[in-house]
Design a protein around this ligand. Structure first.
Ligand code: 4GT
Length: 224
């Protein structure tokens, strides 16, 4: 799966090159292609933004610079273009699964300042996504959230079991995990987990998932 990111701050994506996603890019399972929108400014001072028509605070990214950056992506015709914006559909696990299963190439457009001129959004964007109801200074963190979440569905990024057994794959929160030592600050690991009785362990974990979901996120149980 390929991600092409249109951004004014490609340096912000350094952390995602590490860890699990980094390993996947080394194995060529995932490709992250960073495009610096500023490289497509034709202004002598590399200007990419200007004051909003109609007045108001801040700066708006100019449409032509973004459009040239988009046109520089060779295989753009077969890609889905997603604009990260608080106005988008709220991102969740099922959206992530759907996007990863139906796309080989996703172009992520990141805004900054007051946003991007609406005309280039109208021209190139297929879908708008928000990662939640709060305002950020840019779309870069949301783009990384989308890349990380989708990547977990790509074969070879994780082992299969860890995808299925986790939080949300069954619509429930995950059961608690324990590792050595057997006793920590007087608290023992639940006996059932040391019993080796696989059926009982499975039942205990299912019960824990349901109980914890009822306690912490009852809203998840009311969903269809
Ligand atoms: C929040 C989100 C997002 C922003 C979100 C354009 C200029 C939008 C700044 C950007 N804030 N983007 N994608 N909740 N801010 O997803």
């Amino acid at each position: 799966m390929k991600f092409s990111v249109l951004t004014l701050f490609p340096e912000m994506f350094e952390p995602i090159k590490k860890s699990i996603i980094g390993k996947a890019t080394e194995k060529n399972i995932i490709e992250i292609n960073l495009i610096n929108i500023r490289d497509f400014s034709e202004d002598k001072h590399k200007k990419v933004d200007d004051t909003p028509y109609g007045g108001g605070a801040g700066m708006v990214i100019m449409p032509d610079v973004v459009y040239r950056a988009y046109l520089s992506i060779p295989d753009r015709e077969n890609a889905k273009v997603i604009y990260l914006t608080p106005q988008g559909t709220t991102f969740n696990q099922s959206k992530a699964e759907e996007l990863s299963k139906n796309n080989n190439h996703i172009i992520l457009l990141c805004g900054h300042y007051e946003g991007i001129d609406q005309r280039v959004i109208n021209k190139i964007v297929d879908e708008e996504i928000s990662i939640g109801d709060y305002v950020l200074t840019g779309g870069e963190l949301p783009a990384m959230v989308v890349i990380d979440t989708l990547s977990r569905y790509i074969d070879g990024v994780l082992n299969k079991e860890s995808i299925q057994e986790e939080t949300f794959s069954n619509g429930l929160l995950e059961y608690p995990q324990y590792t050595r030592p057997e006793t920590f600050l007087n608290e023992k690991v639940p006996d059932v987990l040391l019993s080796g009785h696989h059926e009982n362990i499975k039942k205990w974990r299912e019960d824990q998932s349901l109980t914890i979901t009822k306690q912490k996120r009852p809203d998840l149980l009311k969903k269809t």
